[in-house]
Ligand binder design. Structure first.
Ligand code: GCW
Length: 657
């Protein structure tokens, strides 16, 4: 593992635990992981793993009163001993890392025992990894950190030490499921389900000691492409039989296999529509194959027409998931989780919440986020995403006092529990994530999925404390990262309108790049105004997919929040925002401000030269230079575009081209 960055688990992060006398009680593979961690830590820091006699820390796995959640743990102090209890190894692992994160405070703080349990039952990372590298996309679709850590040379890697280190990182933040391959399932990857299964067994073995179950993305056409059947019709008994038999073979090899992930009838992937069936028919045939073994199918709701005619104003991509799925509420089997992208479009820097999340009270829903920074700077830009994710999870579709999105996903709201899923951002880059500071997004996802009430600043603070021991960098990193999502938003597409990126690779500005494309991603700027009319009164009617109060809040320009104005409305450039600025002046001001902020970020970072490892310093310094270059390009293209369209000059007379 030489040359791979330890991320948030450097040896120094274990000092408080490792310098003490620690007892571990319990058995099983995950308890063995905890014991191994303690062993390494005490060897490094001069403590001891003890069987009897006094201990400073006791980690106990065993039956505990009425506790039933294997992922929960209780931590408290008995005299001078800190005690962590859990009924399962995985809860003990989470408790152990809780103590690690607390550092000295775990041994000096209050004595009262406190129970901790995850707010989401599923905390999953999907990998868009391919076995074979694609000439255009590379090996990892929308991956910005090199090749896959799972696959090389047309197969699962012989050396899985990197994957093992990754599993350890994920276990430490409570991630409990991993999707092993791209949801766009190509020919070779489809075979992970059949003849390549022995390799999947090896990956499952890597993840198991960290409490993580593995999933495969499968092709809906697999009964034909792998099974040689003439159809993949979900209602055909031979198809159901093929799925049942194939799934039974998977479970014979991997008894704790998590289940499937499916992208169907989406961006060219096969699906039930080909047979005149709906997505409940499609999901349920897989669910029934998985059910005898306790498996789950994560069925993605990202279904829309990607061959739209830009002239057609009646089709609105934002509406698609709700149009397709809301009518199917109640028809999915209990082991189907509908995986819904958090926003109705596609992981833009600003979108409203997907209305699907409030529309399916009888369906298990998982919210899908994107840790990999496809539209948010591709891990060349600093963009700490927890503030966005937290806002989304805290959104209350029925207004104040009603359940939040995190409650719905967690089963405390209107629907049975689903969870939170995100697309991973790691690759075989030495820093895991290309941009060393993008590690905070991976860490942040795990922490937020565990507890959505944690503030982004607190999560970042934990990450800084673990990753950069010693406090010299704490304040500066908060300065660079806390507001970086807002900064990114300022210099890119304004007021929720989205896209304006280069087609294909989605990096850097191209205001009209998608304006006349088939993808349904338009801003409709003309000489008078900009934005998408999604109102019921005069537009696509998308606002009507929300329950009250939001259907009305979004419907009116008077009440629509500024940051989403152009997502919901087409307005003149002179329209005055709640902020008091006109839309056009807002565009100019935010684009100048965003660039200034990036330059300040670079200045702040430069001060850390002697406080962070030289390779981190150099990588981040170079990337900040690219971020500034790219931000300036965004500023100048966006500002110039709107100045030329509108003819309205900047009130401050700044340079626009
Ligand atoms: O954002 C889009 C990406 C595709 C991706 C798709 C999806 C895996 O550009 O690369 O495909 O979303 O989420 O399925």
């Amino acid at each position: 593992m030489i040359g791979v960055h330890p991320a948030w688990l450097p040896a120094s992060a274990f000092r408080s635990v490792g310098s003490r006398r620690v007892r571990v009680i319990g058995d099983g593979p995950v308890v063995a992981t905890v014991r191994g961690e303690v062993d390494t830590a005490v060897a490094e820091h001069g403590g001891a793993l003890v069987d009897d006699g006094p201990a400073d820390l006791e980690l106990v796995c065993g039956p505990d009163g009425g506790e039933t959640d294997p992922e929960a743990f209780v931590v408290g102090r008995a005299g001078s001993t800190t005690v962590v209890r859990a009924i399962d190894g995985v809860g003990l692992l989470y408790g152990f890392h809780h103590v690690v994160r607390q550092g000295e405070a775990a041994f000096t703080g209050e004595a009262r025992a406190r129970r901790h349990a995850p707010r989401q039952p599923v905390r999953m990372l999907d990998h868009w990894d391919n076995i074979d590298a694609n000439p255009v996309m590379g090996q990892v679709e929308r991956g910005y950190a090199g090749g896959s850590i799972f696959y090389a040379d047309g197969a699962v890697r012989a050396d899985l030490s990197r994957a093992r280190a990754y599993a350890r990182l994920l276990g430490s933040i409570g991630v409990n499921r991993v999707g092993l391959n791209n949801v766009n399932v190509h020919r070779t990857e489809a075979r992970l389900l059949t003849d390549l299964l022995p390799d999947v067994v090896r990956l499952a073995e890597v993840f198991r000691p960290h409490g993580i179950r593995v999933h495969l993305s499968v092709s809906f056409a697999a009964p034909m492409t792998l099974g040689g059947l003439p159809t993949a019709d979900p209602l055909d008994p031979a198809v159901a039989e093929w799925w049942a038999r194939t799934t039974a073979e998977v479970y014979a090899a991997i008894p704790d296999f998590g289940g499937y992930v499916v992208k169907a009838d989406s961006e060219g992937q096969p699906g039930p529509f080909a047979y005149g069936r709906d997505h409940a028919d499609g999901a349920n045939v897989l669910a029934r194959a998985l059910a005898p073994f306790g498996g789950t199918v994560f069925w993605r709701a990202f279904v829309y027409n990607h061959r739209q005619d830009w002239r057609d104003r009646s089709t609105d991509r934002a509406r698609a998931a709700h149009d397709h799925f809301a009518p199917l509420d109640g028809s999915f089997d209990p082991n189907v989780v509908l995986q819904v992208k958090a926003g109705p479009m596609d992981f833009q820097v600003r979108e409203p919440l997907s209305p699907v999340i409030a529309a399916m009270p009888r369906t298990r829903l998982a919210v899908e986020l994107q840790v990999t920074q496809e539209y948010t700077g591709q891990q060349k830009h600093v963009c700490y995403l927890n503030p966005m994710w937290r806002e989304m999870l805290a959104f209350r579709p029925w207004g104040e006092g009603e359940p939040a999105v995190a409650d719905i996903a967690g089963g405390r709201g209107a629907a049975p529990a689903g969870g939170v899923v995100a697309v991973s951002n790691v690759g075989d880059d030495p820093f895991w994530t290309g941009h060393p500071l993008a590690q905070a997004n991976l860490f942040g996802f795990g922490r937020l999925a565990w507890d959505d009430r944690l503030t982004p600043e607190a999560v970042l603070d934990e990450w800084i404390g673990l990753t950069f021991p010693g406090s010299a960098v704490r304040e500066a990193l908060h300065e660079v990262m806390d507001g970086s999502w807002s900064t990114y938003e300022r210099y890119t597409a304004p007021l929720g309108v989205g896209f304006m990126v280069n087609p294909g690779n989605h990096y850097g500005p191209s205001v009209d790049g998608y304006e006349y494309s088939p993808w349904g991603t338009y801003h409709f700027a003309d000489r008078d105004g900009v934005g998408v009319d999604r109102t019921r009164a005069t537009g696509t009617g998308f606002t009507g997919q929300f329950p009250a109060p939001w259907r009305d809040v979004y419907e009116s320009v008077e009440t629509c929040p500024d940051e989403l104005l152009l997502f919901f409305h087409h307005v003149p450039y002179g329209h005055v925002l709640h902020s008091g600025k006109t839309v056009i002046q807002h565009i100019y001001d935010t684009h100048f401000a965003g660039c200034e902020e990036v330059s300040r970020m670079a200045g702040t970072w430069a001060r850390l030269k002697d406080d962070v490892p030289v390779e981190v310093f150099e990588r981040v310094t170079a990337l900040l230079e690219e971020q500034l270059r790219c931000a300036i390009e965004w500023r100048d293209q966006v500002n110039t575009y709107f100045w030329r369209k509108s003819g309205v000059p900047d009130a401050h007379g700044r340079r626009i081209y």
